[in-house]
Design a binder for this molecule. Structure first.
Ligand code: SF4
Length: 243
């Protein structure tokens, strides 16, 4: 298994900076099908899918179906499959865990406390992600630095200690929201129609609402919480070397 230590990762970040295509090419060239692309069907992942479709080597592509997504998001999955003809694996939450949580706490427990919200995300997102990354040497995300307080300090390459120390690769880290929209328009990339309805950032239907003009791009995600809490655990900043 190919591993990078913290010094090597710093070196990669200095070498590639925010050059999205160079970062992507390095990751594909290094890991090939051992690279797993977490495609959430949002705007950034539409851009990444387009970039990947033009390259001879493809990563394994997966999608986490939480069971609480908007109908438009499932339509987007159909469109991606039709347009690119690439396999996109779907991972569902553990049925017994969802049943136990909903039967104990109710279907919308996430509104009642941060703990319950995180518990729901842990069942519907974090655990399926762990399964999806089994065997992967690195994973690819559409994270952008501009997306808020929890993402400003990220690098294009990170060691992900939450998933066994594999490499986490964020090619679009330096892109702005306007850049992603311009890329989508220029290359006629299929995308989720919710982005045209005031949703710059997409997530589960009950936990995401449109943003108002001038609001932060992720203001509509878990809008009842403070900005420093707006992560679901997939990209937790707590992912530090346990040693
Ligand atoms: S975003 Fe909301 S519905 Fe989706 S997993 Fe997290 S708490 Fe549950």
């Amino acid at each position: 298994m190919t591993r990078f230590n913290a010094f090597e990762v710093d070196d990669l970040n200095r070498r590639f900076g925010d050059d999205a295509e160079a970062v992507l090419d390095f990751a594909l060239g290094t890991f090939g099908e051992s690279l797993a692309f977490a495609n959430s069907l949002g705007l950034e992942d539409a851009c990444l899918l387009e970039l990947i479709s033009r390259r001879p080597v493809k990563p394994r592509i997966f999608f986490l179906d939480t069971g609480r997504l908007n109908p438009e998001t499932y339509d987007t999955l159909e469109r991606f499959r039709d347009h690119y003809g690439l396999p996109i694996e779907t991972y569902f939450p553990d049925r017994a865990a969802v049943e136990a949580f909903v039967n104990t706490e109710g279907p919308n427990a996430f509104y009642r406390s941060l703990e319950l919200r995180k518990a729901c995300c842990a069942i519907r997102k974090v655990e399926p992600l762990k399964r999806a990354l089994t065997g992967a040497e690195a994973w690819l995300t559409g994270l952008r630095r501009e997306q808020g307080a929890t993402r400003t300090g990220l690098g294009a390459f990170e060691v992900d200690w939450a998933h066994g120390g594999i490499l986490k690769v964020n090619p679009l880290l330096g892109w702005s929201y306007d850049q992603t929209r311009a890329f989508i328009a220029e290359h006629r990339v299929p995308y989720n129609p919710l982005h045209d309805a005031g949703y710059p950032s997409l997530g589960c239907a009950p936990c995401t609402r449109p943003v108002q003009k001038g609001e932060d791009l992720r203001a509509g995600r878990w809008w009842w919480e403070q900005p420093e809490h707006k992560e679901c655990g997939l990209h937790a900043p707590a992912a530090k070397n346990p040693s």
